[in-house]
Design a protein around this ligand. Structure first.
Ligand SMILES: Nc1ncnc2c1ncn2[C@@H]1O[C@H](COP(=O)(O)OP(=O)(O)OP(=O)(O)O)[C@@H](O)[C@H]1O
Ligand SMILES: [Mg+2]
Length: 229
């Protein structure tokens, strides 16, 4: 069974006949297997974030189905979806969304706060290990304001991994970085994916970043096309 399967997924925003009505996705079929990596490209406004939000169960399709482990996401309760997101899916955004008043370590621990009792000792230990893996062992107690853009993005990656997800969704994770830091962040993501069997979907505008992945998908006019290898 596929980990994630999109069946003829369509997504529109607004009410039909309304002034803001926009059909963004017009029939997407896609499967994501455990450990699989892929890049998604496409012009601004083509629906890449919309697609990640559907895969990540943040939003629901207008038509068609998103299945997680064979189960229709639309048939789950809000609570079930929230649990799925918290336990199985890690998110990394273009803007890292670190809390400026919390240290790097505290930021990594944020997703564990959904559990009663706050971060456990093992969670804190795991957060330290993750910061070490992303090369920031010495910055654990630094405030985000004292970190570089690339370092902040690596804290965001560690945070996305704290609950041991099976799928990492990265929406332009290198958008605010120079080419060299961007390559470093992508190398790190690919290494984490390979070592942990973590599936990885990266949205990017940079051809150089996309070329580090296979397959490469392109979104345009609401449809997804795969680049020929
Ligand atoms: N919550 C929303 N309500 C209404 N329209 C939306 C909403 N989210 C996105 N849209 C519209 O859907 C279209 C696709 O947006 P989306 O953010 O998915 O594009 P994108 O490919 O991620 O673009 P970018 O590369 O600029 O991030 C755009 O026309 C956008 O205005
Ligand atoms: Mg976007």
């Amino acid at each position: 069974m596929d980990m994630v399967e999109l069946r003829h997924v369509e997504k529109a925003y607004g009410r039909p006949e309304g002034p803001d009505y926009v059909e963004v996705l017009r029939g997407i079929d896609l499967t994501v297997e455990p450990g699989q990596t892929m890049a998604i490209m496409g012009p601004s406004g083509s629906g890449k974030t919309t697609l990640l939000n559907l895969i990540g169960t943040i939003d629901l399709p207008t038509r068609g189905q998103v299945l997680w482990d064979g189960q229709d996401v639309a048939a789950m309760s809000e609570g079930q979806r929230a649990l799925l997101r918290n336990q199985r899916i890690g998110f990394v955004f273009q803007m890292h969304y670190l809390l400026p008043q919390c240290t790097a370590l505290e930021n990594v621990l944020l997703p564990t706060l959904a559990r009663p009792g706050g971060p456990s000792r093992p969670a804190i230990e795991r957060a330290r290990q993750l910061l070490e893996r992303v090369g920031l062992a010495r910055q654990a107690d630094s405030m985000p304001g004292r970190l570089s853009g690339g370092q902040r993005q690596r804290v965001a990656i560690a945070r996305a991994l704290i609950n041991g997800p099976r799928l990492l969704l990265a929406d332009e994770p290198t958008g605010s970085l120079d080419a060299q830091s961007a390559e470093g962040v992508i190398d790190l993501l690919l290494e984490l994916s390979q070592r942990d069997g973590l599936a990885l979907i990266v949205v990017t505008h940079a051809e150089a970043v996309a070329r580090m992945f296979a397959p490469i998908y392109r979104l345009s006019s609401g449809r997804l096309c795969q680049d020929l290898p």
